[in-house]
Each structure stands twice: as structure tokens, then as C-alpha cells.
Design a protein around this ligand. Structure first.
Ligand code: PLP
Length: 414
């Protein structure tokens, strides 16, 4: 039987915001939510917005819906419910993780961060320098804009305790070989903390196969509500210092690492991400009786094939214009649907405004990857213009982007 291709109309029908006549190409900033998420949020706040876990019906339903949300958020990365912390954001989760790890680090211990990562997986780690920890920076290769394992090598020593890097950058978009990098980090006796925020919307994540120690993603970029998920290997979560009330049980990581508690209604709504992905699966693989992990792999393979074709068209267009600098063009690895570029002699914000005037929903910025933009030398130019696609984007939207770019860039000289 031949592999199905993505039924785009079927997927798009689930996202009410796509009825708009804007082409929404700012998905790396946050994705739209399908009706399955909206319905669960609506149901929760209408019918069970009470303190969960007590012995009356609304409270029991609330607890059951929150639990379903937690299971979904874990399953999305092939983790178990008890291996994740659901927090307010990835930035918040890294902040808490850094504080929880700090007592395990002695003065002179080393951690490695990158100049490609979003500030979420940067600032909280770098601030540990004030406790005597030595912070080393893994820098992008300026030829490829890529983080290369060869440049990590000299930074690893017997003092290295932790390496924090990104599965793929929200600016560069090239997919790192996380498994190989983590293997090398483990050989050096250190732990790996991987920011999966820009990767998780595009490909299947399997934290077990990657063997990561800590992994983070943000469901609001994976068709869900604003929140953050932190995965940790259970034996490591157990070593971390409690960041919340003193009386919480030693193995209650979900609460110990989420001071302030999780957002109930959004967690309950997150179960809708799984429901949507299951509906996509059922539509494309009728009659297949697959386990959750296999269903997710099949669905994300469909998404990836569709997104790859759209991404290549934009890559080819940008590569053909000598005035355009496509970030990561020199890299040899696959990119997710994140295309950042700058145009010679043009302020990126002005280019983005001209595209917005043509009803293209995208922007120019450093997108909080300030160190990356500085390393690329694009601060004065207003950062990069970024077009970012996910599976619900249509070929017609790419047509509109390329037409608009042709008008905005004008004919090339010569
Ligand atoms: C790659 C990457 N990491 C981390 C973050 C921060 O996520 P949050 O908004 O959940 O803190 C972002 C947000 O844009 C991002 O793109």
C-alpha cells in the first residue's frame, strides 16, 4: 500500500483562525490551535473550573481532564506523565531547572551554552557564573551558521557538568544530530539539556531515543496553549533541589519543580493536541491500529513531507537572489520550515512591513535569540525577516510569499 500524503484541507478545517485571509507564516512564534483544544478549554472553564481532586463530580472531572492533558504532553515526546514538569513557559522551566541544579555544581565546575540558542536556554545558565561555575560558549561556525560538534570538542573537559544546546534554532532552523551530540557529552561525563521548542512542531520527538537528560518544549508552538514542558530522566529529577513548598513529597517532581503550580485549564486543554493528531491519523491511516508512539511518528512524517516541499520552494527562491542572505544556507543538514533572511542594504523591519502590507503574517526581529543575531552581525540591520511554516500552511500561501518577495525586492541589478 502506498504511503498517504497530507490531506491539507482536512487539517486546515480544524483551525478556525485559518478562515482569515492573511497567510500566517509566523508559526515559530506560536502556532494556531485546532478546535479540539478550543473545545476542551471551553468545556473546562464552563463545567469544571473548581479545585481538582476532591470527591465531588466537577472536581473529579477536573482532575481527570488535567491528567489527560499531562499524559498528552508527555506522550508528544515519548515520555511518561511522571517524567515531565508542566510549567508556565520554557523560559520559566529553564530558570527553575538552573536553580534546582545549582546546589549540585561546585565552584570551578563547567557548563557549556551556545551563541545560537534562544535566550531561554542561555541566560539562566550563564547567571550561574555568579556562583563560581565556569561558563563556556559553543559558537556557531560563521561559514555555515551551524553548531558543529568539532567546535564543542575543545570545550569539553573533566570539569564539564552540563551542555545546553538547541535541537534546532528558531533563527537558523537546521536540525542538529542531537543523539550524536548527547552521546559525545555523555562520554565526557556531562549531562545534556536540549531546547526542543523550535523542533517539536515539525518532527516527532523521542526523548528516549535521543537519550537526553533534560528536554524542553512549548506546547503553544505545537498547536496547544501557552505553557512549557520540561522532561527529565527520573533519576536526575530526583537529585534536583526542591523549588517549591517544603512539605511536597520527595518524588513529586511535577510540583517541586513548578513553584506556583500548573495552569489547570490550559493543561486540560492540551489534551486536544493529542485528539487532533489522532484525528489526523485516523483520517490518513484508516483501520490502522497503532500504538500512540507509532501514530505520532506516522502523523509527523506526513507533516514533515508536506512542510519539506514548501520549505524547499522558499529556500530555492531565496538562494537564487544574490542580494539575499539566507541564514544557515551553508549548513549541510536538513532544516525545519524556519527560513530567516536579510536583504543587502535593506532594514529587515522595513522588508517585513512591506510583506505585512501584502497580508503576510510574519515579522523581523531577533526573536529573543539575541546572541545569535549579534553573532550573525545583523543587529544594526534590524535582525532577520523570518518566515516559518508548519503542516497547515498551503502551497498557495508560499505562492503569495514568493510573489510578494518579488515585488518587495524588485529586479536584481545586472
Ligand atoms: C527555540 C526557542 N526556545 C525557547 C523559546 C522560549 O519559549 P517560551 O516562550 O515558552 O519561554 C522560544 C520562543 O520563541 C524558542 O523559539
Amino acid at each position: 500500500m502506498s504511503e498517504p500524503t497530507l490531506d491539507l484541507a482536512f487539517c486546515r478545517r480544524h483551525f478556525p483562525a485559518l478562515a482569515d485571509d492573511w497567510a500566517l507564516l509566523e508559526n515559530a512564534g506560536g502556532t494556531l490551535v485546532p478546535s479540539q483544544v478550543i473545545e476542551r478549554l471551553d468545556h473546562y472553564v464552563r463545567h469544571c473550573q473548581v479545585q481538582p481532586g476532591a470527591a465531588y463530580p466537577a472536581s473529579q472531572e477536573a482532575a481527570q481532564r488535567i491528567d489527560e492533558g499531562r499524559r498528552t504532553l508527555a506522550a508528544l515526546i515519548n515520555a511518561d506523565r511522571d517524567e515531565i514538569v508542566v510549567g508556565p513557559s520554557t523560559t520559566g522551566n529553564v530558570y527553575v531547572l538552573a536553580h534546582a541544579l545549582q546546589p549540585l555544581l561546585a565552584a570551578g565546575d563547567e557548563i557549556v551554552v551556545t551563541n545560537q540558542d534562544h535566550e531561554a536556554n542561555n541566560g539562566a545558565w550563564r547567571r550561574l557564573a555568579s556562583t563560581g561555575v565556569v561558563v563556556r560558549e559553543w559558537r556557531m561556525n560563521p561559514e555555515t551558521d551551524d553548531l558543529e560538534i568539532a567546535d564543542l570538542e575543545p570545550l569539553l573537559s573533566e570539569r564539564t557538568k552540563l551542555v545546553c544546546f538547541t535541537h534546532c534554532s528558531n533563527i537558523v532552523g537546521l536540525i542538529h544530530d542531537v543523539k550524536a551530540i548527547v552521546h559525545r557529552i555523555h562520554q565526557a561525563g556531562a549531562l545534556a539539556c536540549v531546547d526542543g521548542v523550535a523542533f517539536a512542531p515539525h518532527r516527532r520527538v523521542d526523548v528516549k531515543a535521543l537519550d537526553v537528560d533534560f528536554y524542553l518544549y512549548s506546547p503553544y508552538k505545537v498547536f496547544g496553549p501557552h505553557m512549557g514542558v520540561l522532561y527529565g530522566k527520573p533519576e536526575l529529577l530526583g537529585l534536583l533541589a526542591n523549588q517549591s513548598h517544603y512539605f511536597l513529597a520527595d518524588d513529586d517532581f511535577a510540583r517541586r519543580l513548578c513553584p506556583g503550580g500548573l495552569n489547570y485549564e490550559l493543561t486540560a486543554a492540551a489534551a486536544g493536541i493529542g485528539a487532533y493528531l489522532d484525528d489526523v491519523h485516523a483520517h490518513h491511516f484508516a483501520g490502522a491500529n497503532a500504538e500512540t508512539a507509532e501514530r505520532l511518528s506516522q502523523v509527523f512524517d506526513l507533516f514533515a513531507a508536506h512542510e519539506r516541499a514548501l520549505t524547499r520552494r522558499i529556500e530555492d527562491f531565496l538562494a537564487a537572489d544574490a542580494r539575499v542572505r539566507l541564514i544557515g544556507a551553508g549548513g549541510r543538514r536538513e532544516r525545519v520550515g524556519v527560513l530567516s533572511f536579510a536583504v543587502e542594504g535593506r532594514d529587515s523591519r522595513a522588508v517585513a512591513e512591506a510583506l505585512q502590507a501584502r497580508k503576510l503574517g510574519l515579522a523581523a526581529d531577533d526573536f529573543y535569540a539575541a546572541r545569535c543575531i549579534d553573532a550573525l552581525g545583523l543587529r544594526a540591520q534590524g535582525g532577520v525577516v523570518r518566515a516559518s511554516l508548519v503542516h497547515y500552511n498551503a502551497p498557495a500561501e508560499v505562492d503569495r510569499l514568493l510573489d510578494a518577495l518579488e515585488q518587495v525586492l524588485g529586479p536584481a541589478a545586472g
